[in-house]
Design a protein. Sequence first.
Length: 377
Amino acid sequence: MKKLLLCVAALAAMFATGAWAQDLSGNWQGTLKANKDLRIIVNFYKGDKDPWSAKMYSIDQGGQAIPATSVTEHASSIKISVDMIGGTFEGKVSEDGKTITGTWTQGTQPLPLVLVRATPETAWEIPAPPPPPKRIPADANPTFEVATIKPTQAGTQFSIHPTSGGELVATDASLAYLIKFAYEVHPRQITKGPAWLDTDKYDLTAKPDIEGQPSLPQMRVMVQKLLADRFQLTFHREKIELPVYAVTVAKGGPKITRNDANPDGNPGYGGGPAGMRVINSTIAEFISFVLNDSLGLPVVDQTGLGSARYNFILKWTPDASQSQPGGMAAGAPPADNADAPPDIFAAMQQQLGLKLESTKAPVEVMVIDHVAKPSPN
């Protein structure tokens, strides 16, 4: 009897801890009722470290595989975190092991989602991934052969991005921001310019003279040429000591995932200051695109991590002095919330293993010698 009681206790413990895990392997599918119906597929497979890993496919939005950050199983409960798109799914597996009834949350709006185990007869087809974009040769020196620059339309929001065809499209962008993008500088490193450098906003569409998608360095050089041609920008450089933020590696080392899958690809940034998803980025690029846009001082890279590329998520609570990428005000900080992320200094160290500290350092600045409003299209 004693042995029987021990066996029953052991079984109960296995169910309670999730050690008696169901076989989740394979595809599970369901329809998410968002603004439009979206067919979702979740593929579970055995992980290298955790019991389960997963990939998610939104097959009505292209069907590219989105890897889950983690899969947590406890008895019949399942939680999937997909940090790349800022989403989570939490559900319960039915007793017969054929459905998972739960909720998908992305942002603040939870939506019901029921996943059904797919069979060969019911499985939805996952679209083939699109072919990689044609790239401009690395040794090429492209120029924008056509560029349209117009005063921005009222109500337009800031954005800047390359298209799949290689064009650069920017809206509501100041000349100061275009200089910052082209030369990888903080606004405080641009001096002696006229007031309209910051206040006049433009919509820009520019097409390279070589077919294909340029690399980020090629895009920067093309914008430099455009600024010289259409804005008649000339400047010289000086080095002065300025208050800065320095990024260094914290004790214990970095906590970021190296991306070796696409070393020649461009970086990607999604979300905003409260939750920034960074893909295939060097630390220098992360500083240029995110930190220099969000903080009031120039940021210098003292990590020694060089040209290595990384994927990571950074969640922080901005204060009212910080801005969003593009120079947009962050607004007032959120009300006190015990679950709110820490400030950017603590978040960098806790989540990335990197320290952000104020100091002084010699910094190169751009001194504007001449600039004019853009020439006609």
